[in-house]
Design a protein around this ligand. Structure first.
Ligand code: EPU
Length: 336
């Protein structure tokens, strides 16, 4: 185990923010992590760095979770149960599943980040949430160094939410995630508008896992910036859920407002639409701005600071509240 000094974190966060870690260590096994925790408790975890906005240098020890490996726990003709270590890249894992004809996460293709962080915000896209395939999360309790297991139910998953963002925030390090995927009779989810259109334009009527994954990749590439080219953290805000009454009032003024019904009393509206209506879509302020094709995504064109992007986010929140009386909740972790 080697601790390095003054390491730039630019390549460790998908926003590409150039802050410095005073001390930095990369960890590639659970054993190493447990040994480290015996002597270091004041740590800052970084995995795929895909859901954070760093606004300052990090004083505590930065621990990069790089534990790799995939194992098949059991399988039969219809199902496969896998355990995947936290440091595996999410998208590479999805592609590997598609190649092996393991179904369930193909709609989650091309989401940046690592497997270990997928349960924290319960990643979701195109009609699927990862919670529907997770059977168990294994994590180390930082205080005791003990390895503990959380069943799917114990993770208390919600829309972009889990116990790891609430009660257990900052208390555990996720080491592996176990999944239940299908080997036959896949429960394909191709009904999301954009997927249907993409499949139809390729004249695909009976899609395979690969067809769906390819369609999702094409849609995401057309709307969302590649973090390797333009720094970003995907959706910066959550889609707000408002009361049906407030929605109906809004719809009177804006008949074209897109929406998803959550319950008989609640409606979800796309934050991207609200931000676009407020005139921010595609706006560039020097080194940072709002993506031109998806207003929900804030971007770093290269040299932005986390503080600048956070200030922009607050300005957007203020404007949306004044215009629509809707509070926008930030989805990305702001490190300040
Ligand atoms: N829209 C606009 N303007 C925009 C963006 C969107 O008017 O700039 C409208 C679209 O026309 C559409 C609606 O808003 O009618 C929804 O847009 P989209 O299908 O792109 O999805 P989203 O609600 O903006 C959510 C997730 C994304 C996920 C997509 C697809 C959240 C916070 N975001 O975005 O997740 O990829 O659905 O399922 O729920 C992420 O979390 O990083 C992420 C990219």
């Amino acid at each position: 185990m080697k601790i390095s000094q003054n390491i730039s974190l630019k390549n460790y966060n998908t926003f590409g923010i150039n802050v410095t870690a005073k001390r930095f260590i990369s960890i590639d096994s659970v054993y190493e992590l447990q040994q480290l925790l015996k002597v270091e408790k004041d740590i800052f975890l970084i995995s795929g760095g895909s859901n954070m906005l760093l606004t300052k240098d990090i004083e505590n020890l930065v621990v990069h979770i790089n534990i790799k490996g995939i194992s098949i726990d059991k399988e039969n003709n219809n199902d496969v149960y896998l355990t995947v270590n936290a440091g595996e890249n999410w998208h590479e894992f999805v592609l590997w599943c598609v190649e092996n004809n393991y179904g369930g996460i193909e709609n989650l293709s091309l989401i940046p980040g690592n497997v270990g962080t997928c349960p924290i915000q319960n990643i979701g896209a195109y009609g699927i949430e990862v919670k529907d395939t997770i059977t168990k999360v294994e994590a180390i309790e930082i205080k005791t160094g003990k390895l503990v297991q959380f069943s799917n139910q114990e993770c208390d998953f919600g829309y972009r939410n889990s116990i790891f963002k609430n009660d257990k925030k900052g208390k555990y390090i996720i080491c592996s995630v176990s999944f239940h995927l299908t080997k036959s009779n896949h429960n394909l989810n191709s009904s999301y508008g954009a997927i249907e259109t993409e499949l139809a334009s390729n004249k695909i009527t009976n899609p395979t896992l690969k067809d769906i994954s390819d369609a999702v990749i094409a849609i995401r590439k057309s709307k969302l910036p590649d973090p390797k080219e333009i720094g970003n953290s995907g959706s910066f805000f959550k889609n707000p859920v408002i009361s049906r009454t407030q929605f109906l009032k809004l719809q009177k003024k804006h008949p074209n407002i897109p929406s998803y019904i959550v319950s008989s009393t609640e409606t979800k509206v796309p934050a991207g639409w609200l931000i676009e209506q407020a005139g921010f879509k595609g706006k560039r302020f020097g080194e940072y701005g709002v993506h031109e094709k998806q207003a929900l995504v804030l971007v770093n064109y290269g040299k932005a600071t986390g503080k600048e992007i956070y200030e922009l986010a607050k300005k957007i929140q203020d404007t949306i509240f004044k215009k629509f009386e809707i509070p926008l909740e930030i989805e990305v972790n702001i490190i300040q």
